[in-house]
Design a binder for this molecule. Sequence first.
Ligand code: SAH
Ligand code: SF4
Length: 435
Amino acid sequence: MKFTIHTYGCQMNVRDSEAVEALMLAAGHEKAAGEDDAEIVIVNSCTVRQKAEEKAVGKSGNLIAAGKITGMMGCAVKRMGADIFKRLPKLHFAVGPRAFGLIPKIVADGKYPVLELGEDAVPMGMDAHTETSWQSFVTVLLGCDNRCSYCIVPDVRGHEYSRPAREIIAEVSQLAKRGVKEVCLLGQSVLRYGVRNKAWDDYAGEAFPRLLRELSAIDGLERIRFTSAHPKGCTDELISVYRDCPKVCRHLHLPVQSGSDRILAEMGRRYTREEYLAAVKRLRDLDPEFSVTTDVIVGYPGETEEDFEDTRSLMQEASFDNSFIFKYSPRPGTRSAALLDDVPQEEKERRDQVLLADQEARGLMRNKRLVGTRREVLFEGPSKRKADRYSGRDGGNRIIVWDRPEDCSGDLRLGEKLTLEVIDAHPQILVGRPV
Ligand code: SAH
Ligand code: SF4
């Protein structure tokens, strides 16, 4: 049957959708040209904020009304459980984030409705990939055991589980053979890889740095990225990997959430402002151009103007290359949901705008420092904004655009490496020219 997948949420969902696509193709189904053309539509849902969940449920409702065989997968399914059929009585199937491997069988059986929550299972088809890209996500750590006060992820993605290192190494080797140049390793707190369960039977050292070293040895692979990280994992061992392994990109997404020690403690983040800044300093001492990006929540219950100003000043001190700002959204069953959501919506909006404006100015300042430097980029195709420009990314995950040559013969392949000199800077983008 012709199918398509509609994905909401984070990179982990993007990765899970890719696995489902590969499994469906292997089961003999065919990718539809678009939603209109599809007989089956699968909606991969997010529930990290209320709005995200509403979007996925709304979308599924529309698809059911359009007569499609409609399935939902992902985080909102796990949060809602059987209640999902109260919202969407005609939904055909719903599978949790650790049960997506069952989808081909559910479709083959055709006995709807089906609900599979999966709990702490390791999904079948974890290593299934489609053959379309030069970049690939690879999940290394499932679930999360941190239980930050505001976060629904541990409830929906289950307990932490590290996939065996040999499976990951085999998967990445296979991808590299197929022409994949860049992998991004995924986990909620990826530096906890190998902590709760062993990654190697016989190894007692820090598992994630070792994994990076082993993946670095794979021929053909150009770049290794990973996300998300926690400052506790920024150990000497990790820093030495950055120093020794040129394939490991000097970019770290290190969500800080708040710059106020009081709020950080309430969130249960297990670091102070000072410890966080020390981790950033370690990275920038190694390389002043090290790109550090973050997530911040504004309007956490009880967040005062002073707490907010602490966040602002931390962001300035950390000199983030980019940041993602989220307005606090209470999630049922989390610890903070019991607290009064007392920062008014307009105030959350204002704090959001202030941090965005700060980031624009800071991004510009950080990018301007790179004018005149040479960056190694992997080619990503025509620029999204202007089709007469090419676009690529450097190791720091910075987007660099350059004029498309008039003579396009002997053109670049996607994922091809080239060197550019930076000639101009904007807050989110660099302009370069090939050297
Ligand atoms: N595991 C990652 C974060 C995963 S969720 C980490 O800890 O680094 C992605 C981001 O969504 C978080 O970093 C946080 O900024 C935001 N987020 C999570 N729960 C939220 C909530 N209830 N309201 C608003 N933002 C939230
Ligand atoms: Fe959520 Fe915290 Fe786990 Fe990240 S580390 S997924 S924010 S509980």
